[in-house]
Design a protein around this ligand. Sequence first.
Ligand SMILES: [Zn+2]
Length: 422
Amino acid sequence: METLSGRNAIDHWQLNRLRLMVQAILPANEFYRRKFSVQRFIDGLTLEGLKSLPFTTKNELVENQALYPPFGTDLTFPLERYIRTHQTSGTTGKPMYWLDTEESWNWWADCWQVIFEAAGVRAEDRIYFAFSFGPFIGFWAGWEGARKLGAMAVSGGGQSTSQRLKAIIDYGATVLVCTPTYALHLASEARKAGMDLAKESAIRIAIHAGEPGASIPSTRQRIEDSWGARCFDHPGATEVGAFAFECQSRSVHLNENEFLAEILDPNTGEGVGEGEQGELVITNLGRIGSPVIRYKTGDLVQPNYQPCPCGRPFLRLQGGVLGRVDDMVIVRGVNVFPSAIENILREIPEIEEFRVEIFEKEEMLEIKLLLEPRADEGTVIGLAKKASQRVRECIGFRPHVELVKPGTLPRFELKAKRFFKI
Ligand SMILES: [Zn+2]
């Protein structure tokens, strides 16, 4: 399918997969049996018809698990068929659990093989996972994908940052898999220890997920410069799967072999055109044991329907995942996304870490930047003014800026949190 061209071929393939999945999950899957009228769903299902079905939302899944603890009812098979469980950090404080069968875990690994191959990772590569291998799905599936590819996987679980740096050198790792934030943190610690990773490590490819950083131009540049490696973005989600990958032509593609995407205006629910932004709504086609159908990811994306120089016919997401639908704030009439602020701040080399606070003053939203300068920059004179001016030039308003001492802002391994509504 990756080489088959044409929208019709993709549609045909997706409809077949969708019908097969629906036949497999209904009526055994209690969650979707209750949600849809079974007969209407099975008889003559079309891609157009899919669009008339209700959405699945995260709140709905969380409530379902609260009602039917611990795993809820989005399960197609008896519990003994499931072999893996992971949890999300959840939005309400209570984690959401997600189960996989042997088949669906295998499907995850296949999706990750696509990610690796698109980035140019080969069987002879050694892939280092700077990840703690805890209950979050994170890079567990990538670990399995490396096995499919035939590459050597090296675990960074249970290691400190300095142990990880040493392991990357000692193992001669050629591929790094971690969050973009953590790639920058490793680079910063290496610099403090007098190491030049671009010269001393063999890392040639870095694959990043968990945050949109690898598609934010200045963050990507910073990672590529410090590691001397090519950086690739991978958007995915625990309850959905590894749905997108970046190709050599720097396009983030939706893996339309395994995922059916709609991009909808969050206000009207209508599909958006090229150049417009909308919420990504996904139906996964290969996770029979615990599927999601028309799932509102909360991710804001912009479709690009032009053919990609890489030759893949899959939908392109311009700039990757641009942000979360509910993260956008309006400051003095300007739509502001956290990723836009990150892009500006990462362009300023003297800034090591930052935090953005959004607060209300006299019924207007204001933004305050807390900036942590690099410890090795002898001077911070003018940094606050420079940051403030850059934001003003790029977005159109002047933020409040405060400098904090080096080392005071938190560092993250997974899911960096730098934006706070106060
Ligand atoms: Zn491409």
